[in-house]
Ligand binder design. Sequence first.
Ligand code: C2E
Ligand code: SIN
Ligand code: SIN
Ligand code: FE
Ligand code: FE
Length: 406
Amino acid sequence: MTNDCLPYDNLQIILSTIEELNAYKDIDAILDKLLFEVRKSTHADAGSIFLLDRNRLKFCHIQNDTLFDGIRGQAELYADFTIPLDGTSIVGYAAMTGETISIDNAYEISRDLPYAFNPSFDEKYGYKTISILAIPLKAIQSKMMGVMQLINAKDENGNVVPFDAFSHISVPLFANNASLAIEKGVMNRELILRMMRMAELRDPTETGAHVQRVGAYSSQIYQQLAIKRKTPAHEIKQTKDLIRLASMLHDIGKIGIQDSILNKPAKLTPEEFDTMKWHPVHGARLFENTTSQLDLMSREISLFHHEKWDGSGYPGKVKDLNTSAPKMGRPWKGKQIPLAARITALADVYDALASKRSYKEAWTEDRILTTIEKESGHHFDPEVVAAFLDIQDVIKAIRNLYEEKP
Ligand code: C2E
Ligand code: SIN
Ligand code: SIN
Ligand code: FE
Ligand code: FE
């Protein structure tokens, strides 16, 4: 590579990456793509992203080529920790000052500097952090979103070297432009949480966390299943992005169910349950006459998430929908039920069983897993159950991250 073509090539990469970032809807997909492309262009072995959450920096994303390949490391994505917004840590200092910080050797930071390196990740994983580049995620005249931290730049021979002058110029450019995409991704998540809070008028402590968990479980089950099917990586990323948000909306149709049924602190009568069974149809109606991929998937998940693999679910093919007496028809079964809905069905039931509801206690993990395995091929698609059982470490990490906070 000659010096002359460097800036131009890099500009092209930045522009096309920003364009692609804007195509993603969910914050996880946006952070994943951003970190991947920036690491590629700077030859960084690892990296992480922290987003500002009130007055702390919340750990949100990690990639590490040495420790985690594409499949391993998924549980680490859901690690639950924050660092204070102050100048004592590298990430905190970058966020406070808005400055890019470059460190050639993490273990030889001068004691005169206000910030220090925290070796706890290295100690936990047996990793050796050497060079660091910490970049604030902030667009001009826009609010600070967080900090991206790149670790261990490598030369052609795989030796760790300091981040070069070129990275110091190009990475802040990436970061500036990406912050707008990040802001949009965060807003999309929050918008959906707000919609669900309005829809599920009952027990407000339940909603946010349940919806986040079902979204995260569904996207991870999908990814595992798709990897096993050898689905192309770009298709996995696109679908994972959509299912993350669309499955959060699975119960949006409960907005059409009267409060006395929705919030009943006891078992429903058969008549009440018959009313409740319309919630998939109410939900699907919200996404009628739309063409965006996200709306199409939201419609499928809403309408089909209570169908069962063996054909014993509801609502089935609804008859006379536009009359005063619509009827539920023959249920859908097997692969007639869209994949995203088969996945959400399992994620939803797993979470419902694991949680306390107004009408039931939380079940033990043993009882839940036994039930799910027993229902494989009956309530649930066996392929979906297998993928779910493969990733129990990830499922546990998600459960821990989005636990009910009193
Ligand atoms: P949900 O609470 O989100 O539950 C989702 C699904 O998880 C249920 O779909 C069911 O398949 C499974 N599930 C939840 N709890 C249990 C349980 O204790 N045992 C078993 N075997 N499965 C369970 P389902 O049954 O179609 O219910 C749909 C929705 O209807 C529920 O969503 C909930 O909002 C409501 N609902 C169902 N039964 C009752 C009830 O007895 N009382 C009240 N207040 N609501 C109920
Ligand atoms: C709907 O309003 O979503 C149709 C089902 C019903 O009439 O309850
Ligand atoms: C799909 O992958 O979406 C179609 C095949 C299936 O439903 O399993
Ligand atoms: Fe439902
Ligand atoms: Fe649900």
